[in-house]
Design a protein around this ligand. Structure first.
Ligand code: NOJ
Ligand code: CA
Length: 687
């Protein structure tokens, strides 16, 4: 609940300003609760602008605000501050599942109303929130005459970053064919053309920041375009007709977010994105279940099975039962089955309109499988690949979810494989239109699947999604998503994910929310004989210990155990960590790390006493000392350590793994020695 800090509103005398034609700029500021972050908003030259400081250092230099419309006069210059209002909030809310149970939302909020200083006297409000870990702001455009049926062409929002030649950034390009599935680049700020968010920077003044957005609903996704050195301008992803957002006055934009930290780990420990989302709209969500799952999946990616019918068809009743037995034996919750429904034969990427979401191949008996699953205590996880033909999916959605509900399926993985900008929709006149994954149209389609599934108590794990903006808070059945290069790229990617990829993900993609990365492949050099002619031989460029550590490092409430069952059973000692590791947490803390180099996470099991630690490094071997300050006082823990052996090296000795147990307690020092592309996974088991 808000408590009004200043009850009265500060109303500026607009008529006075106009009458005397004064260009006296107004400026208002707000500080974070700890006073370290300052945002200043002003109307210098009748143009709304903002600046951000952290510990008195500039983080965002004078940056414009506003909007461009197709038919109405732009919200640009000619606007002055007309009213301001300050509020604050200090509360704790709970996540039904997540990295931590309790989240603190403490911020100060400043609403600044701007008014056009000549007819038609339009107004809009910029709402800023200052948290200790950064800021958020959004546009709120109230209903007013002449602004119904608005078409936004772009925002004028800028993020002007200091010292673009001397500051570093980690980023992926935007508007490219492979959506968000690119390798992260590290460069100086001034070498960037257009980037997706989350966009991470280390300023030359030592401050870390991440630019992103929160609560992207009924609006276009924002990308960042560098227009002059250091001047990053919002570029909204348009519809196929060039308009970015089709709306009417009485709307607000998503929050534009800037997370700010003194250390790289500060970005990882920030809850700012979730705090800027609306509370849970689904009520009781005890039916949303975190957990681990296996699947008839990796085999398709490495070529031992096929999605389509034939000798190698993976989705058979028999094989699914075998996987269910395997899951039951080790306490895993679900079995994902891809390729069960008709439409996969032939070029399924091009022919997504042929997919049926209710018709199974004859060798897959949904009723029998779900019955078997009930018997052994394992859920079938559903799968809907659309290949980007979203109208085909929409037309079958109600029947498809009803069918799954009938058979007790509680979770569905969806897929939107299609080149970016190539999502197929059929418009009201029956014409095919091509849309982007992060345009307003698809923002709505993804949410449609989540809200329709919620009606049937089904959770959704979206692949080829729009980027995450924290909507899991509002719709907790949006349980995970992909939205970056996942493990699958190690099966067939050219090149596969390099050693630094997962560390890069932590400081970029993962800042937006959970990722269904699918860690934990044990056969790191699969299929070596079938790789002739490839520029890069496909293998998993990590040590085995790092594969284990990823379960703790890359947060997702659902984690896959993706490799073929026989590869796990061949290494039972290492497999024990995957059997033990939870996917839902009471507390989480990034305890050490540097962007793109390494990270150490500690997490406490939700509802339990055990702690887990995951540490990973890039291509460089390294030793990291940490203090076990996170453990509970007065307890002794059996510390089960899975670490790289003395000879471990991802290229020559990836399987050199040492498993050892020690006794330790809070405050003890622990040295983590990681091999090239190595890692450490630890269970702290309370005695
Ligand atoms: C891409 C997904 O990321 C992958 O996991 C899935 O197997 C294929 N699409 C087929 O749906
Ligand atoms: Ca994918």
């Amino acid at each position: 609940m808000y408590s009004a800090k200043f009850i009265g509103k500060m109303v500026l005398s607009l008529s006075c300003l106009l009458a005397s034609n004064l260009s006296v700029a107004k400026s208002v500021s707000i500080f974070s609760p700890d006073n370290q972050v300052k945002v200043e908003i002003s109307d210098d030259n009748n143009q709304p602008v903002y600046r951000v400081f952290y510990q008195n250092k500039p983080v965002i230099q004078t940056s414009k605000l506003g909007m461009y419309f197709k038919s109405e006069p732009n919200f640009l210059d000619g606007f002055n501050i007309s009213e301001t209002d300050i509020q604050n909030r200090n509360q704790v809310w709970q996540q039904p599942w997540g990295e931590r149970r309790e989240i603190k939302d403490q911020h100060n909020e400043l609403s600044v109303q701007f008014k056009r200083n000549e007819a038609p006297f339009h107004t809009y409000t910029l709402k800023f929130r200052a948290f200790n870990d950064g800021i958020g702001f959004r546009y709120e455009v109230p209903e007013q005459t002449g602004l119904d049926q608005l078409e936004i062409i772009n925002e004028a929002t800028e993020f002007v970053l200091p010292d673009s030649a001397g500051s570093d950034a980690w980023w992926i390009g935007a508007g490219q064919f492979n959506r968000y599935e690119h390798l992260y680049k590290k460069s100086k700020l001034n070498e960037i053309d257009r980037a997706n968010t989350p966009f991470t920077a280390r300023l030359s003044n030592g401050v870390y920041l991440s630019i992103h957005e929160a609560a992207l609903v009924d609006y276009a996704g924002m990308t960042l375009e560098q227009q002059q050195p250091g001047v990053f301008k919002a570029r909204l992803t348009p519809w196929s007709d060039g308009v970015a957002v089709k709306t009417q006055a009485g709307f607000h934009s998503p929050w534009r977010t800037i997370q700010i930290a003194q250390a790289a780990t500060g970005l990882l420990n920030s809850d700012l994105i979730l705090n800027l989302n609306e509370p849970n709209k689904l009520g009781d969500v005890s039916w949303v279940k975190p957990g681990k799952y296996v699947g008839i999946w990796w085999g398709m990616h490495i070529g031992t099975h096929t999605w389509g019918a034939g000798d190698k068809h993976g989705a058979t009743t028999e094989l699914t039962k075998t996987y269910m037995d395997f899951a039951a034996k080790y306490g895993f919750d679900g079995v994902l089955v891809e390729g069960w429904n008709t439409g996969w034969n032939g070029d399924w990427v091009a022919n997504g309109d042929l997919f049926s979401f209710t018709q199974a191949y004859p060798d897959f008996n949904l009723a029998k499988i779900s019955e078997y699953g009930k018997k052994v205590g394992v859920n079938l996880i559903g799968h809907h690949e659309t290949s980007g033909f979203v109208t085909n999916y929409k037309n079958q959605m109600a029947d498809a979810y009803a069918l799954y509900e009938k058979h007790g399926v509680e979770q569905v993985k969806t897929g939107y494989v299609a080149h970016a900008g190539n999502i197929t929709r059929v418009d009201e006149n029956g014409f095919e239109r091509k849309e982007w994954h992060d345009g307003q149209f698809m923002v709505g389609e993804y949410l449609r699947s989540v809200t329709e599934a919620a009606k049937r108590k089904i959770s959704i794990n979206t692949h080829e999604p729009v980027k995450d903006t924290g909507l899991r808070r509002t719709y907790p059945n949006w349980i995970s998503r992909e939205g970056a290069r996942g493990q699958e790229f190690n099966a067939w990617g050219q090149p596969p994910n390099p050693p630094e990829h997962t560390v890069n993900l932590v400081y970029t993609r993962m800042l937006s929310g959970p990722m269904d990365f699918t860690p934990g492949v044990f056969d790191l050099t699969f299929n070596q004989d079938q790789q002739g002619g490839k520029a890069y031989p496909n293998r998993i460029p990590t040590t085995l210990a790092k594969q284990l550590a990823l379960y703790v490092v890359l947060y997702s409430p659902i984690q896959m155990v993706p490799d073929l069952p026989e590869n796990y059973e061949a290494r039972p000692d290492a497999f024990q960590f995957i059997v033990d590791v939870p996917t839902d947490w009471e507390k989480s803390e990034a305890v050490a790390g540097e962007v793109g180099e390494y990270v150490v996470f500690a997490r406490q099991e939700r509802g339990g006493d055990d702690w887990y630690l995951g540490a990973i490094t890039d291509a460089n071997a390294r030793t990291v000392k940490i203090n076990l300050d996170f453990l509970s006082s007065n307890e002794t823990y059996d510390v089960q350590i899975y670490r790289d052996g003395e000879n471990a090296d991802w290229q020559t000795e990836p399987y050199d793994l040492i498993i050892e147990t020690r006794q330790m307690k809070k405050g003890d020092e622990l040295t983590l020695s990681m091999a090239t592309s190595g890692g450490t996974a630890i269970r702290f088991k309370k005695r």
